[in-house]
Design a protein around this ligand. Structure first.
Ligand code: MN3
Length: 241
């Protein structure tokens, strides 16, 4: 139970994971979760998973989601709130904090934790139970134009997941009107490069080590074949059009 714990997030008490079970049905509405996490009290909050904690099993186990969401993701939220307390960035929306701190070495801790909160909010929505399969026709057409086929897009996403040395993310993005696959290191994200994310695959070891150990390719292919949420990608394409 140690190999995957590589980002040194704080470890809350075990009971804290219980609230994940039985997320309200309203949260199942795809795309209804904001990628900003500012609560009324100005602190950033951990959004519940948009599906029950065991809903991605057996591709991703409840154990993986319990650690990944309840400890890693929560750890970034808690770190961010602690770092922002009493600063002039406190109370600002998440994306604004990310864009204000990107590329500034003195703000690296704030950027890393804010970006990881955003990335994980986006990752959970990029997956869904019984996902994968054929994208909606409009997205399939766009993927055909950009990559030649849906299969070629998935192959490029899997290759990006494998090519990322160490921790990071593989993304489908809109670059202006063109769809592309990009990868980022650690907490980096396409927003800071003017690219609009459509979906992402987390390739930090904590995303897959419990279920796949060192087999990152098996994890990436299983996610792309069986969990990826093409509807969410299309919603994002429309949102940013
Ligand atoms: Mn992660």
């Amino acid at each position: 139970m140690h190999a995957f714990k590589q980002d040194d997030t704080p470890q809350p008490a075990p009971g804290r994971r219980n609230f994940l079970i039985g997320a309200p049905a309203c949260l199942l509405a795809l795309g209804s979760l904001s990628t900003g996490t500012r609560a009324a009290g100005a602190e950033h909050t951990l959004p519940p998973l948009p599906y029950p904690i065991d809903a991605l099993d057996p591709v991703l186990s409840a154990n993986t989601l319990g650690y990944h969401h309840g400890k890693h993701h929560k750890g970034y939220v808690d770190n961010l709130n602690r770092l922002l307390a009493g600063t002039e960035l406190a109370g600002h929306p998440l994306e604004a904090i990310i864009l204000r701190t990107a590329g500034q070495p003195a703000q690296a801790a704030v950027f890393n934790n804010a970006a990881q909160v955003w990335n994980h909010n986006f990752y959970w929505q990029s997956l869904r139970p019984r996902g994968g399969g054929e994208p909606p026709a409009e997205l399939a057409r766009r993927l055909d134009e950009a990559f030649g086929s849906v299969a070629a897009c998935k192959k490029e996403l899997a290759a990006a997941a494998m090519a990322q040395f160490g921790s990071g993310w593989a993304w489908l993005v809109a670059d202006g009107g063109r769809l592309r696959v990009v990868r980022t290191s650690n907490a980096e994200l396409p927003l800071t490069q003017g690219l609009r994310p459509l979906l992402t695959v987390d390739v930090w070891e904590h995303a897959y080590y419990i279920d796949y150990q060192n087999r990152r390719a098996d994890y990436a292919n299983a996610v792309l074949d069986r969990l990826i949420n093409w509807d969410f990608a299309l919603e994002n394409l429309h949102r940013h059009a």
